[in-house]
Design a protein around this ligand. Structure first.
Ligand code: FE2
Length: 388
């Protein structure tokens, strides 16, 4: 490989790991973590009910007509360190209604927690980021929340949020939900592990450079299309991470194959580049998946043949193979350890955004050993949709 960032040991053919990624990241943009993810959806009230009843999130704050907001309704839901906001338009005009009309439901903002929103905005815009919001103070009874924002791929933005002088539940203008309806129990989703962006053919390296040059990230892994392919379709992926390693953004682009890449299916139905999936970390994937399935969350199934060859490939992963197969959980191992993971079907009607649930035991990878079987499972779904 000519790419200097892929000089690290290759743990499997076609997967190039950079062990020095964190050290190489630039510190002009210290990001503390992901503050929240905001989804723009057609019906925020029902989205909030779905994530409460099926996924066990707790609604904590609301903004809408009753709080003096006339053009949109937003619900803030939390589970451990995960904070999601679902926002829907109340009127047919404006960017929010247009976004939903074009794309259906999808990720609008992957927001970072920072200490200094002005510095974050200045450092990134002077390196070429397109501003989405100049540094702004939002004052309320519970203090001041500071925010700025830049654009990334598609219509997705990254907000920078400083809540050090704000003591309310989410942001000025939102009312705390004082007696939230009880969230479902049994699952334990802890934090956002990684967020994956799908970009158009030929755009992957442009956004790899964007995260490197503009946000100071470094490249952790490169998967080429020799490893990420099935008989029919292929994709390429590079994983970018920030300096403290808490934020990991794989960037995918479709590659040529005999049939349509799942990345192309996303692009065809989202009508833009966008966030493909968010992985949520758990320390109890078996209990969590069992609870989510019982409440109706739909997961991709894996064929029996996958589990027949699994023990040889991954060894002991602390869960009986029979349990993994019963629930459809996948396993992978690299030189650092192993991971367990599972993917949902799309969580809205368009075949676009979905979730992953991941339990890590040492491995910092993304399940490269599962890519082929996983993509074959996705192709079965694509074929049902007439999109392969
Ligand atoms: Fe993932």
């Amino acid at each position: 490989m000519t790419d200097t960032l892929t000089r690290g040991a290759a743990n499997q053919a076609g997967a190039h790991v950079n062990p020095n990624a964190a050290a190489e990241a630039q510190d002009f943009l210290p990001l503390k973590g992901i503050d929240h993810v905001e989804f723009w959806v057609g019906n925020a009230k029902q989205a909030a009910a779905y994530y409460r009843a099926l996924w066990g999130f707790t609604p904590v704050a609301y903004a809408g007509l009753e709080t003096g907001v006339r053009d949109r309704a937003s619900y803030v839901l939390v589970q451990n360190d995960i904070r999601f906001v679902f926002t829907a338009p109340l009127t047919p005009d404006g960017e929010l209604a247009e976004h939903v009309r074009q794309h259906g439901d999808g990720v609008h903002d992957i927001a970072f927690a920072v200490d200094d929103v002005a510095s974050a905005w200045e450092e990134t815009t002077k390196r070429g980021a397109r501003s989405a919001l100049e540094p702004t103070d939002y004052a309320g009874q519970k203090g001041t929340l500071r925010r700025s924002a830049i654009h990334t791929y598609g219509e997705v933005i990254h907000s920078f949020i400083d809540r050090s002088d704000y003591h309310g539940t989410f942001a000025p203008g939102y009312h705390k939900i004082k007696t939230p309806a009880a969230a479902a129990t049994g699952q334990s989703l802890l934090e956002v592990d990684h967020c994956v962006g799908n970009v158009a053919l030929g755009d992957m390296n442009r956004f790899v450079d964007f995260y490197k040059d503009v946000l100071g990230f470094s490249q952790l892994i490169h998967y080429d299309d020799k490893v990420i392919h099935t008989e029919y379709s292929a994709l390429m992926s590079k994983v970018m991470q920030n300096g403290n390693g808490r934020i990991k953004f794989p960037i995918n682009e479709p590659a040529a194959g005999k049939k349509k890449s799942q990345i192309q299916e996303f692009l065809d139905w989202y009508l833009d580049e966008g966030t493909q999936h968010i992985a949520l970390r758990t320390e109890d994937i078996v209990g969590t998946v069992r609870a989510l399935k019982a409440r109706g969350v739909e997961f991709l199934g894996m064929p029996h043949a996958y589990y027949q060859s699994l023990p040889e490939r991954v060894g002991d992963v602390g869960v009986p193979m029979q349990t993994l197969e019963e629930l459809g959980i996948e396993a992978d191992r690299d030189e650092e350890g192993y991971l367990l993971q599972i993917f949902t079907k799309p969580v809205q009607d368009r075949p676009t955004f979905f979730f992953e649930i991941i339990e890590r035991h040492g491995s910092r990878g993304f399940g490269v050993g599962n890519f082929k079987a996983l993509f074959e499972a996705i192709e079965i779904e694509q074929a049902k949709r007439g999109n392969l």
